[in-house]
Design a protein around this ligand. Structure first.
Ligand SMILES: *Cc1c(COP(=O)(O)O)cnc(C)c1O
Length: 390
């Protein structure tokens, strides 16, 4: 019997696959120390060790780079790993950072717990007005981190004002573009220095993979984040990257469909008894409607929020009644998901603090998916009927 080759040579044929192959190899063998040296110094192409980079991460990064108008983006093992690469990879003890006051919950936790523990001072500011951010700046402020649409009240950040302020003061502006996506806004074109994503959400889009991406306009900053991510093991697995690439290929189609569904559902909900208010950046009654038009370029996306009359009892009846949609705290899936901030993302806040944000027991955030719009409206109608009875 001929011994099997442990490492079969990859033969190049005259044809090539149409789908990116998955390359799970943790390590790549080099021919001699000179060539390995050349690979490490960047003089010769090739991969060495998975945590430092692999083909599937590079393919995915390049595709997201193209969407965001970036280059040299880094794929990370989660959206939070991308946030960590920015905040921990670029800041040092003694620095100060300003975060938007309605950032994603774990980003807020980094601001309130982890950065201060490491000697990095933090402040939160309302990003709907650049003057609030300006008031929070200190001489040692190095970076401002914002999201463009706040969670869950869907207020729009004053991106242009904050970008101008940061440019004037020499402060880095980092934008988490997860909610808004490059289909609506490409923050690098509007003054951001760093853009990041939870790829887990709309970009991968199927709720089956956890990944992040981050890029910087300045290649030196990108390199510092890349080295930090490699050192701490924030990098991603080949299979996850492959799944995300597969999802990303239909991102623009999914976005269009989800957005059309969201616009229709928002208008429908606004006309229903028992619905106190609907928040959707594409509606004229949204508090930031004019800004949404300019910032999101007429593409208000798939996220909406609404408030039911009747408090927790109505909320319980609604999620049980609307059985065709998942009551689950994520967003950007092919299926519609409902989240109830008072019992999940905002449960740690006092009732007064929630009330100040406008988050009552009847408040829901909806990530609208790709369902048939009539079926979607039908299941919401069942939920609303149940809520009115409660
Ligand atoms: C989900 C999310 C994150 C964190 O991403 P993970 O992939 O879950 O780690 C960060 N920012 C925003 C806006 C998010 O929605």
């Amino acid at each position: 019997m001929k011994p099997t080759l442990v490492r079969p040579p990859l033969k190049d044929g005259v044809s090539s696959p149409v789908v990116t192959p998955i390359m799970p190899s943790v390590v790549h063998a080099s021919r001699d120390p000179d060539e390995l040296d050349a690979q490490y110094s960047g003089a010769a192409p090739g991969y060495v060790y998975n945590r430092e980079g692999h083909p599937n991460a590079d393919v995915l990064a390049t595709r997201i780079d193209a969407l965001e108008g970036a280059s040299g983006g880094i794929v990370t093992g989660s959206g939070m790993a991308a946030v960590a690469a920015v905040l921990l990879g670029l800041l040092k003890a003694g620095d100060h950072v300003v975060g938007a006051d309605q950032l994603y919950g774990r980003s807020l936790r980094m601001m309130s717990e982890d950065l201060p523990r490491l000697g990095i001072a933090t402040s939160l500011a309302d990003p709907t007005d650049a003057a609030h951010v300006a008031a929070a700046l200190r001489p040692e402020t190095r970076l401002v981190l914002i999201e463009l649409v706040s969670n869950p009240t869907l207020r729009l950040a004053d991106l242009d004002g904050i970008a101008a302020l940061c440019a004037e003061r020499g402060i880095l502006l980092a934008v988490d573009n997860t909610f808004t996506t490059p289909a609506s806004v490409r923050p690098f074109e509007r003054g951001a220095d760093i853009v990041l994503h939870s790829v887990t959400k709309l970009l991968a889009g199927h709720a089956d993979v956890t990944l992040g991406w981050v890029a910087a306009r300045d290649p030196d900053l990108a390199e510092r984040m890349r080295i930090f991510a490699v050192t701490l093991g924030l990098t991603a697995s080949p299979f996850d990257c492959w799944l995300a690439e597969r999802g990303l290929l239909t991102f623009d189609l999914r976005f269009e469909r989800a957005q059309a569904n969201a616009a229709r559902l928002a208008d429908h909900l606004a006309a229903q008894p028992g619905v106190r208010r609907v928040l959707y950046p594409g509606r004229g009654d949204h508090p930031d409607a004019a800004r949404a038009q300019g910032l999101l370029r007429g593409r208000p996306g798939n996220m909406l929020s609404f408030e039911l009359d009747g408090g927790r009892a109505a909320a319980n009846a609604f999620t049980r009644g609307a059985s065709g949609v998942a009551f689950a705290p994520t967003l950007g899936d092919v299926g519609t998901t409902l989240s109830h901030p008072a019992s999940s993302s905002h449960r740690a806040l006092t009732a007064e603090a929630r009330a100040a944000l406008g988050i009552s027991e009847g408040f829901f955030r909806v990530s609208v998916g790709l369902e048939d719009p009539d079926a979607l409206i039908a299941t919401f109608s069942e939920g609303l009927a149940a809520a009115r009875k409660a």
